[in-house]
Write a protein that binds this ligand. Structure first.
Ligand code: FCB
Length: 500
């Protein structure tokens, strides 16, 4: 069924889920046991900063629909976001990604900006509707050519491309044909798109990310008896139907991993990008750390996305009695070994031990708790540390390399009379979060890289252009790019390979 009512702009990612979900219960038996503590790595720390390992990968990230524009060019056909953003009330100010940052035409300038920033890694996404505009069938070589041009330019500047194959922009044709992620066919069509893309671009891209944030296009794209905030904006009747979309997305990831590995002409690294929830022991006692571990695997989002992707089993308590239909072999396909785990981290939740059936309680934040320029973005800098640590400690994956594939914040970013953007609160946010990322590395957890979200201000989904996440300011009237103060801060951090 299509949307009847309009979604509330700015629905908090977490509150939208809790509005529609029952509470997940304790971690089920049978999930992996706890990992041993990691050997600590020797890192230089000094009074004025913390140094990072020499091979630490500094990068920045964007996504196709949010930056490219050129929506109708060179054979691209609509994605569900093109359609969704045209329905009045969905996006602030009726904004769309038609032009966005016009990166499609200005990519050379943008790569120069990256080189100036000093990053050696760039994460972007490939638009399925450019490569296979009808979702399945003929490949549009002109669409592939754009990514050839982009990656050649990156490589010329010594920047390694990291390509996400799906960042929410499903071909509208597949929405019309079978309702996108509601159908199992989506996973097969996605795998074929991976095959065709990697065959063509695998000579120059060897870092592949299958899917970005399953949570955001399933839990937030399909609402149980309520209009969801994200595309395709479909109302479903039961939690089982919702979990079915998650299952199909996980299956697409697994089939995608297999397709990439079969098609790549060179050895490639394959990862899944998850915005899994971080649970932070409010006071770092052993009881609260145990409570945080329980929450990490038991809460609905982690228990139905991260846990099955890494272990091959859903947490039954997280599914809350609404398991999807699972065909024989699905769970093995879903839990393909990963070369890297991508972790998008923005915020987290404080937790403490409790004398209840779950063994923990999530603590509400007081009204005055600091928040960045986005209702869901609470300032919780311990998140990267606890998120990374829990992959080892709660899921036993202590050797799985992790990249922070997104981290950043929105700030209002007024331009001064001198034309500067003194985004000091973004610097405060970055410094605080990176300090905790550094803690994870110094304790021996395998955090290998950091991609800032985002290189550029861009189309922020339901918020349109009203929320700015970039370290480069975009004037949307002229599309001119201006590095913010945070750009200069990050540039110096990269140059010195330590926090400043
Ligand atoms: C993440 C998305 C990314 C961007 C940031 C702010 O959830 O992956 O596209 O919108 O949030």
């Amino acid at each position: 069924m299509k949307i009847k009512t309009l979604p509330t702009l700015g629905t908090n990612r977490r509150t939208f889920l809790s509005q529609t979900a029952g509470l997940a219960a304790v971690m089920a038996a049978g999930l992996p046991t706890l990992a041993k503590a990691q050997p600590a790595m020797q890192l230089n720390t000094s009074a004025d900063g913390a140094s990072f390992p020499e091979d630490f990968a500094w990068g920045a990230a964007t996504a196709a629909y949010q930056v490219e524009g050129a929506a109708k060019e060179d054979g691209r056909k609509p994605s569900v976001w093109d359609t969704f953003s045209r329905i009045p009330g969905h996006i602030k100010n009726g904004d769309t990604g038609d032009v966005a940052c016009d990166h499609y035409h200005r990519y050379e300038d943008d790569v120069k900006l990256m080189a100036d920033l000093g990053i050696k890694h760039y994460r972007f996404s490939i638009a399925w509707p450019r490569i296979i505009p009808d979702g399945r069938g003929a490949v549009n070589e002109k669409g592939v050519d754009f990514y050839r041009r982009l990656t050649d330019t990156l490589l010329d500047h010594g920047i390694t491309p990291h390509a996400t194959l799906f960042h929410w922009d499903s071909p509208q044709a597949l929405e019309d044909r079978y309702g996108s992620w509601r159908s199992r066919e989506m996973a097969k069509d996605y795998a074929e798109y991976c095959n065709q893309t990697v065959k063509r671009l695998g000579d120059r891209i060897t870092n592949w990310m299958t899917i970005n944030e399953i949570f955001c296009f399933t839990y937030l794209g399909y609402g149980v008896n309520v209009a969801p905030p994200n595309a395709p904006g479909t109302i479903v009747k039961t939690r089982k139907e919702l979990h079915q979309t998650v299952h199909h997305a996980l299956l697409a990831h697994g089939l995608g991993c297999q397709a990439i590995r079969a098609a790549t002409p060179k050895p490639a690294q394959v990862s899944l990008v998850v915005n899994f929830d971080a649970y932070i022991p409010v006071i770092e006692t052993s009881e609260n750390i145990e409570a945080a571990k329980k929450a990490f695997v038991a809460e609905e989002h982690n228990g139905t996305v991260l846990v099955p992707a890494l272990t091959g089993k859903y947490n039954p308590d997280a599914l809350g009695g609404a398991a999807p239909d699972i065909q024989p072999g699905d769970m093995e396909t879903i839990a393909q070994p990963l070369d890297v785990l991508g972790y998008n981290v923005y915020t987290g939740s404080y937790v403490r031990a409790a004398d209840n059936a779950r063994g923990y309680e999530l603590l509400p934040l007081p009204k005055e708790y600091p928040q960045m320029h986005m209702p869901w973005l609470n300032f919780i800098p311990e998140s990267p540390y606890w998120g990374v640590r829990m992959i080892s400690e709660a899921l036993g994956k202590k050797d799985l390399p992790i990249y922070i594939t997104e981290n950043g914040c929105a700030t209002p970013d007024d331009v001064t009379d001198k034309g500067e953007i003194l985004d000091l609160s973004r610097i405060m946010y970055m410094r605080s979060y990176l300090r905790q990322a550094h803690r994870a590395i110094s304790e021996g957890y395998p955090l290998k890289g950091y991609f800032h979200w985002s290189l550029l201000d861009n189309f922020e989904w339901t918020w349109g252009y009203t929320r700015r996440f970039g370290i480069t300011h975009i004037d949307y009237a002229t599309l001119s790019r201006t590095p913010k103060e945070s750009f200069r801060w990050y540039q110096n951090v990269i140059r010195e390979n330590r926090l400043l």
